[in-house]
Design a protein around this ligand. Structure first.
Ligand code: ATP
Length: 340
């Protein structure tokens, strides 16, 4: 029995996690679930957004299933998600954007973005100078770049992808992004030779434009932290919106799975949040735990549900709230499981 640490978090986090657990429950999996409170509720109860107990539970479990967090108006706030990524060394953020039905996608996209997750500009190193200017430091290391490049090519091989594009801003950030691009091509030669994986590179501003205009020029993107964060939201827009995009945060010893959206306070507690991104994140978790058949049941069932307009969620113009969509998906999964 493998143990999953469940962190619902704030806002729509608990709604999409309840839906996801409901779906996992009907798959009869050898998993046990342990919930922990992180975020604003934890701060109100314990005086810390991420307690030592929550961190130690997360690191003891085989995987973490995470909802979403609200950023409070607190100068000293450091996101528990960032703390988990740093403490558990979750260096690779895998963000697939796969169109489930061309009727509600702007593009029939099937793209995977691999985002460096442990360095870059999200390190929390901001300081105010005497003249009031703010300095934000950005870390880009050779080891960090090489690690994410290798991860991306290995992912490409094991998932039968055809091309990896390096997205950067090396024309301006010559030392940092220039190193990233150089290391990328250093590795690409080997992967192209042995595994026939193609490679190219693109400036991040051009990549943002091509994602809108000709998204199918991309198959996989490997990129640095900030660029990956922004481009993956753009890619989600092409496949129906933030509610559709799952993600995995992977390290050598730990892994955390979460939808890419935030806590969306504007729609919280209204039964309108789309739980698809969270449910597909759980499918990615099952792949990570070597339960690929069960993961495939989730992906196939989600696709089947979205083939029927009567079962569409509200964010794409359908009528189903979170609970009704979950109910349809559960029925589909039970049917698919019975037929396999
Ligand atoms: P963060 O900074 O944590 O990413 P945010 O408020 O900027 O948070 P989100 O919480 O991701 O961004 O949401 C942006 C908007 O997208 C929300 O206001 C909401 O309307 C929509 N949205 C996000 N998640 C979902 C979802 N699961 N289902 C439907 N709509 C969603």
């Amino acid at each position: 029995m493998q143990k999953i640490c469940v962190v619902p978090g704030d806002g729509v986090g608990s709604e999409v996690i309840d839906s996801t657990l409901n779906i996992l429950e009907c798959l009869d999996l050898p998993l046990s679930f342990e919930r922990t409170v992180v975020g604003i509720e934890s701060f109100e109860k314990n005086g810390a957004y991420l307690t030592d107990d929550a961190l130690s539970l997360a690191s003891d479990c085989d995987a973490i299933l995470f909802g979403a967090l609200t950023t409070p108006n607190d100068r000293n706030y450091v996101s528990p998600l960032l703390l988990l990524r740093w403490n558990l060394e979750l260096f690779a953020n895998v963000r697939p954007a796969k169109c489930l039905n061309p009727e509600f996608c702007l593009s029939p996209l099937d793209l995977v973005i691999i985002r460096e997750n442990s360095e870059g500009i999200y390190g929390g190193m901001e300081r105010e100078l005497d003249d009031g200017k703010i300095v934000t430091e950005r870390i880009v290391s050779e080891a960090g770049c090489q690690r994410i490049i290798d991860f991306a090519f290995k992912y490409a091989i094991s998932n039968s992808r055809k091309k990896v594009s390096c997205v950067h801003k090396a024309n301006v950030l010559r030392a940092s992004d220039g190193m990233f691009k150089k290391l990328f091509y250093g590795s690409a030669v080997n992967y192209a030779f042995y595994n026939k994986i193609k490679s190219d590179d693109c400036l991040v501003d051009a990549a943002a434009m091509y994602l809108c205009k000709e998204p199918d020029i991309f198959d996989m993107i490997v990129t640095l932290n900030l660029y990956g964060d922004i481009l993956s939201d753009e890619a989600a827009g092409l496949i129906g919106g933030l509610g559709f995009a799952p993600s995995a945060n992977i390290g050598e010893e730990h892994a955390l799975f979460e939808p890419i959206h935030g806590s969306a306070p504007d729609i919280a507690n209204k039964d309108v949040a789309n739980p698809t991104g969270s449910i597909l994140s759980a499918a990615m978790m099952l792949e990570y735990l070597d339960m690929t058949n069960k993961a495939a049941v989730i992906w196939d069932s989600v696709k089947a549900v979205y083939s029927d307009k009567n079962k569409w969620t509200k964010d794409i113009g359908g009528n189903c709230g979170t609970e009704e969509f979950t109910w349809h998906l559960r029925n589909e999964i039970n049917q698919q499981a019975a037929n396999r």
